[in-house]
Write a protein that binds this ligand. Sequence first.
Ligand code: SF4
Length: 311
Amino acid sequence: MLAVCVLRDQGCLVEGIVFSSPFFNLDTATRSARVLELTLHVVDFTADITALLEHPPHGFGQAMNPCIDCHAWMIRRAGEAVRARGWDFVATGEVLNQRPMSQNRRSLDQVAQDSGCADILVRPLSAQLLAPSQPEREGRIDRSRLLKLSGRSRQGQLALAAHYGIREYPTSAGGCLLTERMFCVKLQDLQTHEGLATPRDLERLKLGRHFRLPDGAKCIVGRNQAENAQLQAGLAADETLLRPLATPGPTVIVSAGATAADEERAAGVCAGYSDNREEPVRLLRVHGAERSERLVVPLTRETARDWLVVA
Ligand code: SF4
């Protein structure tokens, strides 16, 4: 937001670009763009980030967050948009040394180099501490009106926000879901078994309890009505849905190709997470066009816990 204001201050026309994927939330960018009355372009980054998860040239941060490569590829995509539209440069809100690993001088240089946009990349908030970019050298941007913010303290940014009258801005939160270790346990399990190629599977990592059954099938158990509805809506033709009929309980999805034994276990888990854990539970089973009903003896949650991907 501040980078936009600094550039607008010297007459630049600015538009925003934000990247969507199952791991990032667009809410903050959307809200900020609204506050700034900024046109915002949304680019689907799912294929880029999953490719980086498979082979991150600069490795991961503390979890499965390939931050340096992620930054570089986002800037690469922004650069493609800039060149395609005949615009002048890409600007980011990065601040030198704001994050010790991904925004130190070496990382910023690396990102610039890997993005293929080193010549047109401007970091307005720290520009005076960095080598002049081409638009600065050519005088298309007045370098003297760019800033020299640096370090982890956000005092300078807060003062600037006050100067521009920005009262609504995002808090300085951590990173995306890829920085969350518990989430990454589920991600790694998916990568090992089904792979990361299906966006639906990636989206589902945010839903329900995930079980990896002994023969290898994945079983996802909805935790509330909203999750049950989402799981049901996303059911693929080769997957199996289970849910209790007369008893409140979870919707369960069993992955394609599950063995009969794994499906039996999933049915036991479904019954075990219903409100009736004592007696056999009548379950609905849906697989493609087939629908059937049967009574299932609930498995205890202690038994099911052994198969939980994240306990
Ligand atoms: S925190 Fe997530 S979105 Fe941000 S750079 Fe790292 S991997 Fe990319």
